[in-house]
Design a protein around this ligand. Structure first.
Ligand SMILES: *Cc1c(COP(=O)(O)O)cnc(C)c1O
Length: 494
């Protein structure tokens, strides 16, 4: 199994190299040069095995050159050590005939990023060993919320790594901030940057681009890395739960083996839904992948018109993890469908003009696989209210976007295929908007909101959030943007 750059098939890497490097030297992303094909019957015979066993069978072909047992050790550390609050890890709930929700938020931070970021740290450690890389990896992350905390939980006390998370002092919720500033672990640092997410992200980008800093790091045998979703090691583990939920529906007698099922995915950086495309390429019977966007609907416009255009205002919404104008992982899909040469041209257009247009041939191929749509905050709140009223099931603001887009897709197409909506966050991560959607008082901060949501709906607070207000605050500091470099030098003793 080899990997190649999305922009140049001559730039190749082993699995371990792809995970260590994250991004290819030409600026492209690593993609597998071929897809392993899995026998559905074999997987069906595993349907009652633990999640880790199923994950091992699905992912092993990508890491086929690894010594026996190493992949399994990574999977055990991620999914087998009691960090998830339900034994099946990713339960699939039935809401109605042919309509299901796959819950991906039972990990330690109550958002689906845990599915990947519990696995990436041990995978990176093993990849470094296999690639002979003995440097300390310094993970730098600017976060608007979910990623920072999930990365902290994943990398805390992971040998050979340091992690520093920078959050905007104006731009994360009280729950998200508290999740981060109470983080345990001896290799972690969390600091607020005065300003909004752009300020924090710009400050971190300057660190990555600073040649003097890179030299100082090298002297100390350290190297920068990021935890963002362009790493193949973050993508791979997301393939597993597509298979898992399909197998669950077979077990429950809801689908026949081989019957195509749709997946609707609340999408931002296009990582989660791309993993669905990979599952399909590996043999999972998927009908349509339905890409759901919020008011920042670059992607659904793209699926409707073949034109990708990021030149538009950024709109902050109540589903902030989908507020993205450049969906990095889309480049992988383009490369699989159009080839590396075409991809390189299109990505140059994107860098120069902020836009590109697919050829009709590639566009048609893409439209066979994907459907797209979007709804705004107001409609998403309506979906939350209606879904709770009709099914007594509580959605978060991101999942609500996918449910709303799926309902619209159904109205327009009448597609009879059974559909699984991927649920990416616990509603308790966004209590103010969810309470508001239910017509309740959503004002106020902190634990009171969680309690009010629980009392109003009769649903339990996830254990990791319930204990949050008992934990001591470890990281109080907020610094101006200009001070980020001296902060880093100080923390790393450069
Ligand atoms: C990250 C995130 C998404 C978007 O996932 P992508 O893989 O970036 O498309 C959706 N919902 C939540 C809650 C997230 O944290």
């Amino acid at each position: 199994m080899m990997f190649q750059s999305t922009r140049d098939s001559r730039i190749t890497a082993s699995a371990a190299q792809a995970v260590c490097r994250g991004i290819a030297p030409d600026g492209g992303l690593y993609i597998p040069t071929a897809f392993p094909s899995l026998e559905l019957d074999r997987l069906i015979s595993l349907q009652n095995q633990p999640y880790v066993r199923l994950a091992e069978v699905i992912l092993q072909p990508f890491f086929e050159d690894w010594p026996e047992g190493i992949l399994k050790a990574c999977l055990d550390r991620a999914y087998g050590s009691g960090r998830f609050d339900v034994p099946q890890l990713t339960p699939t709930r039935k809401l109605d005939e042919g309509f299901f929700v796959l819950e991906l938020w039972h990990g330690p931070t109550a958002a689906f990023k845990d599915m990947a970021l519990q696995f990436l740290p041990p995978l990176l450690a093993q990849s470094k060993k296999l690639a002979g890389d003995e440097r300390t990896t310094v993970i730098l992350t600017a976060t608007s919320g979910d990623t920072g905390k999930a990365a902290l939980e994943g990398f805390a006390d992971q040998p050979g790594t340091r992690i520093l998370v920078f959050y905007p002092s104006k731009g994360v919720s009280e729950i998200q901030r508290r999740q981060m500033v109470t983080q345990s672990g001896s290799n972690v640092d969390v600091v607020g940057i005065e300003g909004n997410f752009d300020d924090a992200q710009t400050a971190v980008k300057q660190l990555f681009a600073d040649p003097v800093l890179a030299e100082k790091l090298a002297e100390k045998n350290m190297v920068f890395s990021s935890a963002n979703s362009i790493n193949f090691g973050r993508l791979a583990p997301q393939i597993v739960y597509y298979f898992k939920s399909y197998l669950n529906l077979i077990s429950a007698g809801e689908v026949q083996p081989g019957e195509p099922v749709n997946f609707a995915v609340p999408t931002g950086n296009f990582g989660n839904i791309l993993a669905g495309y990979y599952a399909k390429r590996m043999g999972l019977p998927i009908g349509k992948l339905i890409c759901a966007s919020n008011a920042n609907h670059v992607l659904s416009d793209f699926f409707a018109t073949a034109s990708y255009n990021r030149n538009r205002p950024f709109i902050p919404t109540e589903s902030p993890s989908m507020d993205i104008l450049i969906s990095s992982n889309l480049e992988r899909l383009i490369s699989h469908l159009a080839g590396p040469e075409e991809t390189q041209k299109l990505m140059k257009h994107l860098a120069d003009e902020g836009a590109y247009i697919l050829s009709p041939e590639v566009f048609n191929r893409m439209r066979d696989l994907f459907a797209g749509g979007y709804i705004g905050d107001h409609q998403a709140r309506e979906v939350i209210r209606r879904t709770f009223k009709n099914y007594h099931y509580l959605l978060d603001t991101h999942t609500a976007v996918a449910v709303g887009v799926y309902e619209e897709y159904l109205r327009q197409t009448g597609d009879p295929a059974k559909t699984i909506v991927l649920s990416t966050a616990s509603p308790y991560k966004f209590p103010s908007a969810v309470l508001g959607a239910l017509g309740e008082e959503g004002e106020g901060e902190g634990y009171q909101l969680l309690k009010r949501l629980s009392e109003t709906t009769g649903t339990p607070i996830p254990p990791s959030l319930d204990k949050l207000w008992e934990k001591p605050i470890r990281f109080e500091r907020i610094i101006p943007r200009e001070a980020i470099r001296s902060y880093l030098s100080d923390r790393l003793s450069l």
